[in-house]
Design a binder for this molecule. Sequence first.
Ligand code: NDP
Ligand code: 8X3
Length: 252
Amino acid sequence: MSKIVFITGATSGFGRAAARRFAADGWSLVLTGRRMERLQELQDDLGRQVPVHIAALDVRDAEAVQQVVAELPEGFRQVHALINNAGLALAPQAAQQVDLADWHTMIDTNIKGLVNVTHALLPTLIASGRGASIVNLGSVAGQWPYPGSHVYGASKAFVQQFSYNLRCDLQGTGVRVTDIAPGMAETEFTLVRTKGDQAASDRLYRGTEPLSAEDIAEQIFYVASLPEHININRLEVMPTRQAWSPFAVDRD
Ligand code: NDP
Ligand code: 8X3
């Protein structure tokens, strides 16, 4: 029987590319996200290859998360890999210029949403046992500070530490946990961060060579399909043309 992967944020970017990557290897797919029409398109497409179950889900809604997991149909229940990918950045301005609501949205999605889905699926993943995986999408922003990252980066630092701490508690169950921390990748991420400013998104990626959604999907697939005795704890991936800057110094 094929393995089952449960992906959050499957309607765009890394999540959608990961759905295609797992389908290419014959996995059954549980695809979730808020935009039902995009999930439907994916089911119409990938459903020709592998079994696909779709569910409209806002990860911020803990009850809805529990319900989606409880109502997984026969053939999609014994989830083997959870890809905690749903997430977003908002408000690229300096912290002192940001609406509190935007901070709350990032915390509710990137932290509480990820925790909601993990909590709901832990018993299933433990039942799947040796070789099961939780792959969390962190970010380079969880490790390296930069202006305008404020709560976004802090939320991804949570993802890293939560991943490590989960590993401690899951020791002996055979369930693996990985924090994948991508750098600059061209998806709808910047369009969302700038609240729909396509020109700003295009400017950010122009003249360089960002990672693609497929690049990260390949890494997600890789860590979830390694031999059962291998756990990648953290995988930080940057485009070759991205690196760090010098410290900023305020001078007279
Ligand atoms: P996209 O904006 O292309 O995709 C984000 C996905 O998250 C969408 O499918 C969206 O689906 C989903 N999502 C957002 N909010 C919610 C919610 N409340 N409930 C359920 N789903 C939600 O961005 P990426 O693919 O780039 O981002 C995926 C992950 O990777 C995020 O966690 C992001 O922080 C992280 N990341 C991105 C990087 C980049 O440079 N692109 C680099 C490092 C990390 P829908 O709107 O349909 O609900
Ligand atoms: C997204 C990558 O560099 O915008 O997490 O923080 S970055």
